[in-house]
Design a protein. Structure first.
Lengths: 460, 267, 266
């Protein structure tokens, strides 16, 4: 990708609302004519990023370059791009024609040309003959079409779409997806699309940007994102998947769910802890258990339209999700195997919690905004330290007063035989916890750690 | 150039647009209220003094008027609830009244000049040969302020979730129990605003009492007005402050948001 | 049966409420100086009200009332609408503070508003007259305009201002072409409300009008009533005022009901 090819370049973009960082050092290059989707759960910063490109928000730091020029301080009405808003934002006092002609009239385009362009835009969104209609009398889908026409009639270099289909029903959404894709091909302009719907992102885009917590997690084609997620967040967010702890024994050999598998990944080192992702449709299931790589018992089997979704408990006690066109009876023993190329190995982002803290006395350390008792390891009051705690050694309790500090369960990942939780403490730090207990997202919990499970080292 | 851009930037921020009004409010609302306090606590030489309040307490006439005014206001408010609540209840009850026009007819008199309404009352009393006096005063007050009681109660009753009443009936409550245990408690916010909207103007009116009683009965509002008119600004300000305190206390019983909402929703 | 009693109660109360106004209305069509004497149907009071010659000061007072109300309502509408847009985009403490001050004139009894403004004008050494009445009326009318414009802004899709900017409108063009058309119904109701309040006002006017002989309708009626005589021409005048207010209210109600129905249809 050469530089001339890129129409928008975002460099080191950051934004905070008060204390909350919503965008953290975003770098992104968007090619001319590309259909790029910003995908992430609500609150991940995708809409903020889009609004910054449109000019409704100013970045705290970093720049947005458009064809090489810094547009960070250009007001929205002078940017050569147009937006399709989530709730359409049609002007209620104007009819369909005047809504679409709004931008052209402001730019003093000749009225004969305005008329020609409005009609062309209406035709493009299949809304011919609706010129004189009051926009309030239109259905949601029709309003969205008018909103799209209103934006493309100005021939923007880039079209920004902020969850444009979110308010439509499923059937309408599917139809509009196809039409948007077609429109993108016909117009040949760059589309920047924001959505939280992973299926929509995979269907529409040339490139998907997965965002979470104000950071870009992964940029890639839909196929890359689906098949080669870089971390467990992406794997979990995109499609269904089994995410498991594993060990890379050596190149092309990985151990998980108590078995050793051949795989295609290399370069992780020997005996390195890794995350393994296997898509449910990539586990082959057969009734004959004898020739299988591993066996298990079917726990549930639900018909999902095209396929059956099954949960299987493996011989070593892990729970896996499977999809197959055939149904297998509950409680029957089945055999399973996985192709080496369907095993996706990811570097573990972390192997244990590490907190920065300070000794309050020789047997007390302050971390996460609370004081924890620890074994005396010869450190003095005031020493700055690193404290590491294994995931499984963090205890969560229902009664938040029982914990040393309080946190909120932010993210839950099922790892076959246990849950991997991300807990956000009141001090704003993240604590990762492995547990067999079932928690819900948003639960407020007390957090405590046994004296013997705190490993302290002095900060140098 | 850069300064100019900054100024333009500042002006184009829409929150800046409240600035002219903020300044206006400062001069024509905040400052005058502060002036009342300043005048109340100074003598006519402009020095700090409590003489105005001393004068009020030591003058039995002023205190009597004050107490009498509160009494009249309380009686008026009570009569307005007594007459107004059933009216509001009937107006809002679909089984008893379906016409929105009737509701509007009750609100209409609110929009006619209070002096015209008072003179009309005087004319009515003249017409049927009833002498003016305390009775006429209370009738006139109730006549003037009844719509202000009916409207907020009607408003709350109408917005009330009807399924609550059905739920109560479903649970076996008698109609009278439903009324006292469900309808009345739920309409209390409306009654509270009604009380505010009646009590406040009744305690502060002037002119009306004179017209209705041939100058025989003086209310507190009139006392304040007379003092201001006679150049006793400091004393007048002190009396105003006392009235404000009374109103402030009575408004504690009512949610101010509720009140402004009701007022704003008159049309 | 229950309904019959209920309806009877309502109409009795209404009869009581309207009796004084009706009497004035009926006796505006007769010439008698003293109210209650019916000396035959006549429209003489109406003609003499408008002929002016007899009571020139009454005509002056009506004129003053109307011009003051027009100016105050117009200024309040502009000031209040701009302010509402500003407040709508404000957050936190400053928004609360301005709302608090905005509520003060509405919650204050008129007499307090009147006296406070009287003290302001004498403290600033401003001689009282037409200008001070206009300023005072703007002060107590604008809060109502703000309150009638705010709901329109809150109902407005917050993106439409941005959509206008996005399509190439400058902030000023976006205001003119998008926001003002959206809040116009609120501005019109606000204007009518301000106009009515101004015409209706007595307590604030009496404290800010000074003693240069300027009269509005309210102060004229007050002065007249204190002299003991109820000028006969006030009867047709009150009737006209009542009918005008009735018509205005019907217009407003029909408008808002139509708007509500339109809202429901969406």
């Amino acid at each position: 990708m050469t530089n001339n090819d890129s129409i928008i370049k975002i460099e080191h973009l950051s934004k905070a609302f008060g204390d909350k960082v919503v965008l953290d050092d975003i770098n992104l290059s968007i090619r001319r004519g590309e259909f790029i989707t910003l995908l992430g759960p609500s609150g991940c910063g995708k809409t903020t990023l889009l609004r910054m490109i449109a000019g409704f928000l100013k970045p705290d730091s970093g720049v947005i370059l458009m064809e090489g020029n810094d547009i960070s301080n250009v007001p929205p009405h002078r940017r050569p791009l147009n937006t399709v808003f989530q709730r359409y934002a049609l002007f209620p006092h104007l009819n369909v024609y005047d809504n679409i002609a709004f931008g052209l009239k402001l730019n003093k385009v000749q009225s004969s040309e305005i008329e020609a362009r409005v009609r062309k835009a209406l035709k493009m969104v299949s809304m011919t003959d609706y010129e004189d209609r009051d926009v309030n009398s239109l259905s949601g889908g029709q309003q969205q079409r008018v909103a799209i026409a209103r934006a493309i009639v100005n021939r923007p270099k880039v079209l920004l779409l902020d969850e444009p289909l979110a308010a439509l029903d499923l059937k309408m959404r599917k139809d509009m997806q196809m039409e948007l894709k077609q429109m993108h091909q016909e117009l040949g302009i760059t589309f920047i699309y924001v959505t939280h719907d992973q299926e929509e992102a995979l269907t529409l885009s040339d490139t998907v940007v997965v965002m979470s917590d104000g950071k870009i997690q992964q940029i890639g084609t839909p196929i890359d994102i689906y098949n080669e997620p870089v971390n467990s967040f992406v794997a979990d967010f995109i499609g269904e998947s089994n995410i498991l702890n594993g060990t890379m024994i050596k190149d092309r050999e990985v151990e998980f769910i108590g078995h050793t598998f051949e795989c295609v990944d290399e370069g992780f080192g020997n005996n390195a802890p890794v995350d393994v992702v296997v898509r449910p449709e990539d586990i082959y299931i057969i009734a004959n258990a004898e020739n299988a790589k591993f066996t298990g018992t079917v726990k549930s089997c639900i018909f999902k339209g095209v396929h059956y979704e099954m949960f299987v408990e493996t011989d070593k006690g892990y729970e896996l999700m499977l999809q197959d066109y055939n149904a297998f009876e509950v409680d029957s023993t089945v055999g399973m195997f996985i192709k080496p190329s369907d095993i996706h190995v990811m570097q573990k982002e972390r192997t244990c919690n590490v907190f920065e803290g300070k000794m309050v006395s020789s047997t007390d350390v302050e971390i996460l905004g609370g004081q924890f008792q620890c074994a005396d390891c010869g450190l003095k009051e005031g020493d700055n330290v690193y404290v590491s705690v294994n995931f499984e050694h963090i205890e969560l309790m229902d009664n938040k007063e029982d914990g040393t500090v309080i946190g909120e369960v932010e993210f839950i990942l099922y790892k076959g035989n246990h849950y991997h939780l991300t807990v956000l403490t009141d001090s704003g730090e993240k604590v990762y916890v492995d547990t067999n207990d079932i928690w819900d997202k948003g639960d407020i919990v007390g957090i405590s750690v046994n004296i013997s499970d705190l490993h302290i080292s002095k900060k140098v | 150039m850069k300064i100019l851009r900054n100024i333009l930037n500042y002006l184009s921020r829409r929150s800046t647009w409240a600035l002219p009004y903020a300044i206006f409010l400062g001069i024509f609302v905040a400052l005058p209220m502060i002036l009342i306090v300043i005048f109340a606590f100074t003598n006519n030489q402009g020095e700090f003094s409590l003489i105005n309040f001393e004068k009020f307490i030591t003058q039995p006439e002023a205190v009597n008027t004050f107490v009498y005014s509160i009494g009249i206001a309380l009686v008026t408010t009570f009569l307005c609830i007594l007459l107004g609540y059933p009216a509001a209840y009937i107006l809002s009850n679909k089984n008893l009244n379906r016409s929105q026009t009737t509701a509007m007819l009750f609100i209409l008199p609110m929009w006619i000049n209070i002096l015209v309404r008072t003179l009309a009352t005087v004319a009515l009393f003249d017409f049927i040969h009833i002498p003016l006096g305390e009775g006429a005063l209370i009738f006139g007050m109730v006549y003037n302020f009844l719509p202000f009681m009916i409207y907020p109660i009607y408003n709350t009753l109408q917005k009330m979730d009807h399924s609550l009443i059905e739920a109560a009936e479903d649970l076996g409550a008698k109609p009278s129990t439903v009324f006292w245990k469900v309808t009345v408690p739920l309409s209390m916010p409306g009654v509270m605003s009604g009380i505010m909207m009646v009590f406040m103007p009744t305690i502060s009116t002037f002119a009306i009492a004179e017209l209705l009683t041939m100058n025989n009965i003086k209310l507190f509002g009139t006392t304040i007005q007379e003092n201001i008119n006679n150049g006793m600004w400091n004393y007048g300000a002190a009396l105003s402050l006392i009235m404000l305190v009374i109103i402030g206390i009575s408004s504690l019983f009512s949610d101010s948001d509720e009140q402004s909402q009701n007022e704003g929703g008159i049309i | 049966m229950k309904k019959f009693f209920a309806q009877t109660y309502l109409w009795l109360l209404l009869a009581l409420l309207y009796a004084p106004i009706l009497i004035i209305g009926v006796f505006s069509f007769t010439e008698a100086k003293v109210l209650g004497n019916w000396t035959g149907f006549s429209t003489k009071l109406y003609t003499s009200l408008f002929a002016g010659g007899v009571r020139h000061s009454l005509i002056d007072a009506i004129e003053n009332t109307l011009t003051i109300a027009l100016i105050a309502a117009a200024v309040s509408t502009i000031l209040g609408s701009i302010a509402a847009i500003g407040i709508h985009n404000m957050r936190g403490r400053r928004r609360q503070a301005i709302f608090f001050l905005n509520n003060v004139p509405m919650l204050n009894p008129d007499i307090i508003t009147g006296i406070s403004l009287f003290l302001l004008f004498i403290s600033l050494g401003i001689s009282q007259g037409y200008m001070t009445v206009v300023l005072a009326h703007i002060a107590f009318c604008t809060p109502y305009v703000v309150l009638s414009v705010m709901p329109r802004l809150q109902q407005m899709n917050p993106n439409i201002y941005e959509a206008a900017l996005d399509l190439g409108a400058t902030p000023f063009q976006a205001l003119r072409k998008v926001i003002i058309p959206e809040i116009r119904p609120g501005m019109i109701s606000g204007f009518i409300l301000a106009f009515t309040l101004s015409i209706d006002d007595f307590a604030v006017t009496i404290f800010t009008i000074g003693n240069e002989g300027l009269e509005t309708l309210s102060t004229f009626i007050y002065a007249d009533a204190r002299k003991g005589g109820l000028t006969p021409e006030l009867r047709p005048l009150s009737t006209i005022i009542f009918v005008t207010v009735l018509i205005l209210l019907i217009i407003i109600n029909v408008r808002s009901r139509r708007a509500a129905r339109k809202q429901e249809n969406i």
